[in-house]
Design a protein around this ligand. Structure first.
Ligand code: PEP
Ligand code: MG
Length: 761
């Protein structure tokens, strides 16, 4: 075998071209057996029971594929998995571990070389080649397989095949938690047509096509209006803003121009539409921010909606009194709107994430949802289903005892949600009388009101980069004033902590690429970028201050500060902005100034900041990322990232001690503030102000109102003596379970970012 690297590159490249995971694995086994001139190449993947499922084979009997399951540790495949080591034999049959499976008809093969597929330390599969001759595979061949297996492990770890998704008739399918709760009902499949399958074709009458395009826009606009009205009674203004996002796209001149240009350059309407939708979906897909990335689904939805309208297919409202579970590759906002109120029990999306608008809407409507299940085969309408949004599972055709158990759970949760509803207006006070301030994190105008509805006492973090990200160029001072004013006015009388632009690292502006930095997380981001572009910072600071005139509830927050000089530079710019605006005749109050403590170096500098700043906000997402040297967005290390790591807790304690000694109030606005375990520990360590996504406030308030501070303090003390994050978690979870508060875990919605809705900023 020559040119191993060349073969490897060719196989990896070919596989990457196949769209479906099953096609990828079939291609892999076929290419390997051809390349190695092996009679057989098979790929086994581990299922949740540790069995090795024969997923694909080139050379073994076709009937065996997807049927053969080798029990854990059994046979040569089991030996490879258990030893995590290649097994290379000239005559497999003479090995004591050999295990014969009739369906494979493999008695014809003697040589055997199996290598493990390992991902994040776990064996996820075994790749095997076999041959008729009695001969050992060469070192080079074995090395080739080992290298290929490392590539395959990466490819398959994230594919639905690797998670051993059972088929519809097998009962359970796992996905991502989209919206909490248990829903029981009958399946209703959503089919959106396939705009992406539309090919380009010549346009014979450009004027007529342009006319059709405008008519189509009018039809779809009115459909959206009707859908919005259908759900309006149940949605907050902000979530109904999801529909405004669609309307905005339909009015967006860049989008409209794109389609028109397509038609004018000779493409027929559906082809021009497909090109424009693909272009915009791709723009969003390429964004690093997961929230904005998830917006590509909205673009697909609107594209399919336009295409269906062009085909003359109109949305039908569903006339049924059956309880319904909506399922589909994507379940659109329009599908949801078509279901009469009160009968939508659950949503299952084969694609999508917890940040999809479908999940946002499901959360707002209180409908349990499971996202990203991968396609579920053999599904038809009217199957009985259970959607378990708490664990991210879907149960198909449940047996009677399972159904009874879930019905009981459904009832228990309804009761608990009623309790949460009742405490919305109550303060967050521990059972022994300590009051905690709860703020909301936001970044879109569309998520202003959920915070208010859920009793937020202010905005703890307004991420200004989001209004910057959804534009095509830097917003002007006037545009920024208008956006900021709406937030400040909505929270009049309550503080709003506006953070100066925090781009760089994982947050990029589509119209101002920062170039390829080798270490973007350690590079030109946050305050470093804005101080270097002080013209942008000056415009932003002026806009913030102008927007707060007469409201005086603005507090400015600086991201990524690592040295005191950065605060000094900003203070000069702030003083300058104040002078300019006063000279322009504005009556202004100097806003309070705070620093995000999110770079470890900032901690030891806190003593130098009294007199320079007014408060501190702990950015626990970045602080954990930098303390643990774990990229918060890298799925390969995600399992190692836990903000209740003892190192993080110790630093939080140090921040509280130093800030306390220097008269600086401290709050925390990272994801720790919405993780029940972390909240218990933070309160125990002494934090009294937390800022989180609006949807998390009721649950966290419920936790605080059920908790004696003294227990939190004891748990924090114990945690600081622990070595392992898992140990810390299980202690706090056990304490909450003892206090009969375990429901907090099932009720915390899984949204990782400010959930928001439409990008209406
Ligand atoms: C943080 O780092 O904890 C934080 C709140 O900021 P962001 O997630 O926007 O970086
Ligand atoms: Mg941060």
């Amino acid at each position: 075998m020559t040119g191993v690297l060349h073969h490897l590159a060719r196989i990896v490249h070919t596989v990457a071209l196949a769209e479906q995971p099953i096609d990828q694995v079939n291609l892999v086994v076929e290419s390997i057996s051809t390349t190695m001139a092996a009679d057989v190449c098979s790929l086994y993947l581990a299922n949740s029971r540790g069995e090795m499922l024969l997923l694909a084979s080139h050379g073994l009997a076709g009937a065996a594929v997807r049927k053969v399951r080798i029990p854990p540790g059994k046979g040569l495949v089991g030996l490879v998995a258990a030893s995590r080591h290649p097994v290379n034999l000239a005559d497999a049959e003479s090995h004591p571990a050999y295990f014969y499976i009739a369906e494979t008809e493999e008695e014809r093969f003697h040589s055997f070389c199996g290598v493990p597929l390992v991902h994040t330390g776990k064996v996820i599969g075994v790749l095997v080649v076999q041959g008729r001759e009695v001969r050992q595979f060469s070192e080079e061949e074995q090395g080739f397989l080992v290298t290929l297996a490392a590539h395959l492990a990466l490819l398959l770890a994230n594919s639905p095949l690797a998670s051993d998704q059972p088929e519809a008739d097998e009962g359970r399918v796992s996905g991502i938690r989209g919206a909490p709760g248990i829903g029981i009902g009958y399946s209703r499949l959503c089919d959106h047509g396939e705009l992406y399958a539309v090919a380009n074709a010549p346009c014979h009458d450009t004027a007529a096509a342009l006319h059709d395009w405008h008519a189509l826009l009018a039809v779809v606009r009115s459909e959206i209006e009707q859908e919005q009205q259908a759900v309006a009674g149940e949605l907050s203004e902000s979530v109904a803003g999801i529909f405004s996002a669609y309307t905005m796209l339909l009015a967006d001149s860049t989008f409209l121009d794109h389609v028109e240009q397509g038609i004018l350059s000779g493409n027929w309407l559906p082809g021009a539409l497909r090109q424009a939708i693909q272009h915009f979906a791709e723009l969003f897909r390429a964004m690093d921010d997961p929230y904005l990335q998830a917006r590509q689904e909205d673009i697909h939805h609107i594209g399919n909606k336009l295409y269906n309208a062009w085909r003359g297919i109109r949305p039908e409202s569903m006339r049924t009194d059956r309880r319904i579970i909506l399922l589909g590759a994507q379940v659109s906002v329009s599908d949801i709107a078509a279901v009469p109120t009160g009968i939508l029990m659950g949503i299952v999306c084969f694609e999508g994430s917890a940040l999809s608008h479908t999940a946002v809407l499901a959360n707002a409507l209180g409908v349990p949802a499971v996202m990203g299940t991968g396609s579920i085969r053999n599904l038809v309408n009217d199957c009985l289903l259970i959607v378990d949004g708490n664990s991210g599972q879907v149960v198909l055709n449940p047996a009677a005892p399972v159904l009874a158990e879930y019905r009981k759970l459904e009832d228990d949760q309804r009761l608990l949600l009623q309790q949460l509803e009742q405490i919305r207006e109550f303060p967050a006070v521990t059972t022994d009388g300590t009051e905690i301030t709860l703020y909301t994190n936001t970044g879109l105008l569309a998520d202003i009101s959920p915070g208010l509805r859920n009793g937020a006492q202010g905005v703890g973090l307004y991420r200004t980069e989001i209004p910057f990200m959804i534009r095509n160029s830097f917003p002007s001072e006037e545009e920024q004033v208008a956006v900021y004013r709406q937030v400040l006015a909505a929270y009049a009388g309550r503080p709003v902590h506006m953070r100066t632009l925090d781009i760089g690292g994982d947050k990029q502006l589509p119209y101002f690429p920062l170039g390829n930095e080798e270490n973007p997380a350690l590079g030109w981001r946050g305050i470093r970028f804005t101080l270097d572009n002080s013209q942008l910072l000056m415009t932003q600071v002026r806009a913030m201050i102008r927007a707060s005139e007469g409201l005086d509830n603005l507090r400015i927050l600086l991201p990524m500060v690592s040295s005191t000089g950065e605060i000094d530079e900003f203070r000069e710019l702030l003083a300058d902005a104040m002078r300019q605006l006063q000279a322009e005749g504005l009556r202004l109050k100097r806003p309070e100034l705070g620093v995000m403590v999110e770079v470890p170096a900032a901690i030891s500098q806190i003593p130098f900041w009294s007199g320079k700043i007014d408060f501190i906000s702990i950015g626990s997402n970045d602080l954990s990322q930098y303390l643990l040297a774990l990229d918060r967005n890298n799925p390969r290390v995600a399992a190692r990232y836990d903000h209740v790591h003892p190192a993080v807790l110790l630093e939080v304690r140090r921040i509280l001690e130093l800030a306390g000694a220097h008269g600086l109030p401290v709050s925390l606005c990272g994801e720790m503030a919405s993780d029940p375990v972390a909240v218990v520990l933070l309160l125990g360590l002494g934090l009294r102000t937390l800022s989180m996504s609006a949807t998390k406030i009721p649950q966290i308030k419920w936790l605080i109102r059920s908790l004696p501070l003294a227990s939190a303090q004891q748990l924090a003390l114990d945690a600081l003596a622990c070595v392992y994050p898992a140990e810390i978690r299980s202690r706090v979870e056990a304490a909450l379970a003892n206090a009969e508060m375990q429901e907090i875990f099932s009720l915390t919605p899984p949204l990782q970012k400010t959930p928001g809705s439409a990008p209406t900023a």
